[in-house]
Design a protein around this ligand. Structure first.
Ligand code: PMP
Length: 304
């Protein structure tokens, strides 16, 4: 993915040219992963660009920061304003947004108290999370597992713990798969490296809870709402990998990925990819994010 070096970045309250948005090599977050982040999307709608669930993403950023004891210098309202300024300045019709806050240059060592917090919003046209040309993906259970609840707070979208996902994704792609499935320390299904996972069997939609080490995905929450609105029975409960092998349909979800059908898990082909419920949910999700379905317009923040 090439980055748009001609555009602008919001950095600590100011819009700065892309090339000037730089940090020192002794930035605390670079050494110790002390940062929190969000990935959010701007979609093209009939009324112009709109950010999908902006407040929910910014509130998750705030919760992540609280869990890591990082004091965000900006409120969610200020970050929302900065986001809209940035998208307008860069002239995007649709884009990916990366909000992040990290401990900067101040002191080295594990003590985090004397490093300043930097806050950044970047935007670019990257819209694909999975490096595949196919509509569906082949997934492999990883030899890496999600960290337990007393290692790092998995509910925080924090930079350091992403090493776990990066290692899992690398192992899966080296072995010729598209994505890795991570199990938690108890052996239950957690999530993929950057997506939540869903299984459908007998018309019932199931997805693991946060207590399985999964991020509380905003797309996951969106899809659960859409499924309930369609009258589908949904259950947020622990799943075994064999529940996925035995499913009628499996799909994964994330802001960057959208709704992606799983074709096989550990070389076991699923009966359908996409299956019928995956297709219905994906269509409704696309209608929600594009503003085509009036019922869900409240999730969209217009940029103009
Ligand atoms: N799990 C992980 C580990 C992720 O990085 C992401 C992407 N943010 C997700 C799940 C999906 O979350 P969301 O739908 O909020 O993008």
């Amino acid at each position: 993915m090439s980055l748009p070096e001609a555009s602008t970045i919001w950095m600590d309250g100011a819009l700065v040219p892309w090339q000037q948005a730089q940090v020192h090599v002794l930035t605390h977050g670079l050494h110790y992963g002390t940062g929190v982040l969000e990935g959010t999307r701007v979609f093209a709608t009939a009324d112009g660009p709109a950010v999908f669930r902006l407040t929910d993403h910014l509130l998750r950023l705030e919760r992540s920061a609280r869990m890591l004891r990082i004091d965000l210098p900006y409120s969610a309202d200020e970050l929302a304003k900065g986001t809209l300024d940035l998208v307008r300045t860069n002239g995007h019709r649709s884009c990916y947004l990366r909000h992040f806050a990290f401990l900067g240059y101040g002191s080295m060592g594990l003590d985090m108290r004397s490093s300043p917090v930097s806050t950044v919003i970047a935007s670019w046209d990257w819209l694909s999370a999975l490096d595949t040309e196919d509509e569906s993906v082949r997934v492999k259970t990883s030899s890496w597992q999600r960290t337990g609840p007393n290692s790092v707070p998995n509910a925080a979208k924090a930079t350091g713990p992403y090493l776990n996902s990066v290692l899992a994704r690398r192992e899966a792609t080296d072995a010729g798969y598209d994505e890795a499935l991570l199990l938690g320390p108890d052996g239950f299904v957690s999530e993929c490296s950057a997506e939540n996972v869903f299984a459908v069997r007998g018309g019932v939609l199931r997805t693991p809870p946060a207590s399985a080490g999964a991020l509380e995905g905003i797309t996951q929450d969106t899809l659960l709402t859409l499924a309930r609105d369609l009258g589908v029975e949904v259950r947020v409960e622990n799943l075994l990998r064999s529940d996925l092998y035995a499913a009628d349909e499996v799909f994964i979800s994330g802001t960057a990925a959208g709704v992606v059908p799983v074709r096989s898990l550990d070389d076991r082909e699923l009966p359908a990819a996409p299956g019928p419920l995956t297709v219905r949910l994906r269509e409704l999700y696309r209608a929600a994010v594009s503003g085509a379905e009036p019922r869900y317009r409240g999730w969209l923040t217009p940029v103009d």
